[in-house]
Design a protein around this ligand. Structure first.
Ligand code: CUA
Length: 174
C-alpha cells in the first residue's frame, strides 16, 4: 500500500467516524431504548395505548395498602389536573411527558420529579398529613410554564378506601 492509498483510507475512516459522532443524539435513542426498555414510552402514542391511556391515569390502590399514581406532564398542565392520595401511605409515582422537559414539585415539600418525554420517571413519595398542595412545574418548558400548576389533595388515610375509583382519580370534580 502506498502513501496515497493509505491517506485516502485514513480520511475515509475519519469521515465515517465523524458522521455518527455529529448525529449522536439520533443514534443513541434506540440504544437507550434497548438499555432501559422498561422505562421507555413513546410520547406520541401515550393516549392510544399503554399504561398512560386516559382511563388509567390518576390514583390506584395497591394490594399492600400503598397507592400508585400515574400522570402525564404536557404543555402546560399536569393530567389529571387534581390528584388525590391518602395521608401516611407510600405513593408510587409514575409520570411521563408528552412533549418538553418538565419538573413536578409539591409546594411545602422537598419533592421534585424531573419529567422527560420518552421516559417514565418513577418516584416514591409520602405525605404525612391531610391537606391541599399546589403542584408546580419548576423546569422552564415554554411560554405557558409559569401557569403550569395543578393540585394534590391528601385525604385522611381511612377516608380513601371508601371512595369510588372514579372519585380517586380526579378530585377537581368534588
Ligand atoms: Cu412544565 Cu414548566
Amino acid at each position: 500500500m502506498n502513501w496515497r492509498k493509505l491517506r485516502i483510507f485514513l480520511v475515509t475512516v475519519l469521515v465515517l467516524c465523524v458522521i455518527p459522532a455529529t448525529r449522536y443524539y439520533q443514534i443513541d435513542k434506540p440504544l437507550l431504548r434497548f438499555l432501559k426498555s422498561s422505562h421507555h414510552v413513546d410520547p406520541l402514542s401515550l393516549h392510544l395505548s399503554g399504561e398512560f391511556v386516559e382511563n388509567n391515569l390518576g390514583t390506584e390502590q395497591d394490594p399492600d395498602g400503598s397507592v400508585t399514581v400515574r400522570m402525564i406532564a404536557q404543555q402546560y398542565l399536569f393530567v389529571p389536573h387534581c390528584i388525590l392520595v391518602p395521608a401516611g401511605v407510600p405513593v408510587h409515582l409514575r409520570i411521563t411527558s408528552a412533549d418538553a422537559v418538565h419538573s413536578l414539585t409539591f409546594n411545602g415539600t422537598e419533592y421534585a420529579v424531573k419529567v422527560l418525554p420518552g421516559t417514565i420517571s418513577v418516584a416514591q413519595l409520602q405525605f404525612p398529613r391531610a391537606g391541599d398542595y399546589k403542584t408546580v412545574c419548576r423546569e422552564f418548558c415554554g411560554a405557558g410554564h409559569y401557569a403550569m400548576r395543578s393540585e394534590l389533595r391528601v385525604v385522611p388515610r381511612d377516608q380513601f378506601p371508601v371512595l369510588r375509583p372514579e372519585e380517586r382519580g380526579n378530585c377537581a370534580a368534588q
